[in-house]
Design a binder for this molecule. Structure first.
Ligand code: FAD
Length: 241
């Protein structure tokens, strides 16, 4: 049984999962496509937070986005206490007002007493590329409406945001219109979505920022949760190096 389930292996979710697992927390890291784990739009550029997954996956000799993604995925898969798996969250599983896991498009539920949503620009997302408009959270990655619709049914409020991917020699420029939780739905200090117990959110689905900031948010979330779990500084668990 996971102690925490993180939905979304992007920059914030993957960093948080990696930091928590290294401190002995059993983490499930669910993401809709293993081919896009920690996949940048453009190559990340240092400086990076110390000891971060972002720093470890970066190789100045080979900054290509696919190579960066492959190294990050390898580090996550090799990490003890961390289970990275492919599934798409379609809704929350509840016992009363408490979240106990998520339902998946694939069928089997994923259960955990704490669920953190790190789903980036994928809530109610539309990708605009020239005349073309489609349901996608980034290029080549569909954004399924189920989770967003399920959250709205539960009463969550959202704000509209837009991100721009600059044109590069190998990719066309495009925009993504997506939704983030309304600021009143989220407690910045605790990362909680207090409408439900056991539910947290981090990353672009609650705040804007670049890769570095999202990595820092992942670290900050991990520190907070370690405190909640009694495994923080002085909590008696040595950092597994
Ligand atoms: P992401 O990194 O997007 O990760 C979210 C993950 O959640 C994805 O892997 C997705 O597959 C998964 N997911 C979504 N829904 C589900 C579901 N229902 N079930 C399971 N998994 C799910 N920042 C920069 O520093 N440089 C840039 O060049 C840059 N370009 C950007 C371009 C665009 C169009 C946008 C929108 C943002 C850009 N950003 C850029 C900001 C950057 O995206 C974020 O800083 C960072 O990727 C956000 O991290 P995240 O963890 O919140 O989300």
């Amino acid at each position: 049984m996971y102690e925490v389930l993180i939905v979304g292996a992007g920059f914030s979710g993957a960093e948080a999962a990696y930091r928590l697992a290294r401190r002995g927390v059993r983490v499930g890291l669910m993401t809709q496509s293993l081919d896009s784990v920690m996949m940048p739009f453009l190559p990340p550029a240092p400086p990076f937070p110390e000891e971060s997954l972002l720093e470890k996956a970066y190789d100045p000799q080979d900054p290509r986005v696919w190579a960066f993604h492959a190294r990050a995925k390898y580090l996550l898969e090799a990490q003890e206490n961390l289970h990275l798996f492919q599934a798409t969250a379609t809704g929350l599983l509840l016992e009363g007002e408490r979240v106990v896991g998520v339902a998946t498009w694939e069928g089997p539920p994923a259960l955990a007493p704490r669920v953190a949503l790190a789903v980036g620009s994928f809530l109610g997302a539309r990708l605009l590329l020239g005349e073309v408009e489609e349901e996608a959270g980034r290029i080549s990655e569909a954004s399924y409406p189920d989770l967003f619709e399920a959250l709205k049914t539960l009463g969550f409020r959202f704000v509209e945001r837009e991100g721009v991917a600059e044109r590069t020699p190998t990719t066309p420029g495009y925009r993504v219109r997506y939704h983030a939780f309304h600021p009143e739905e989220w407690e910045e200090r605790t990362f909680r979505l207090p409408r439900l117990q056991g539910l947290y959110a981090l990353g672009l689905c609650v705040r804007e920022g670049d890769y570095r900031l999202m990595s820092q948010e992942g670290e900050r979330f991990a520190q907070h949760l370690l405190g909640e779990l009694g495994k923080g500084a002085g909590g008696g668990v040595l950092e597994a190096l």
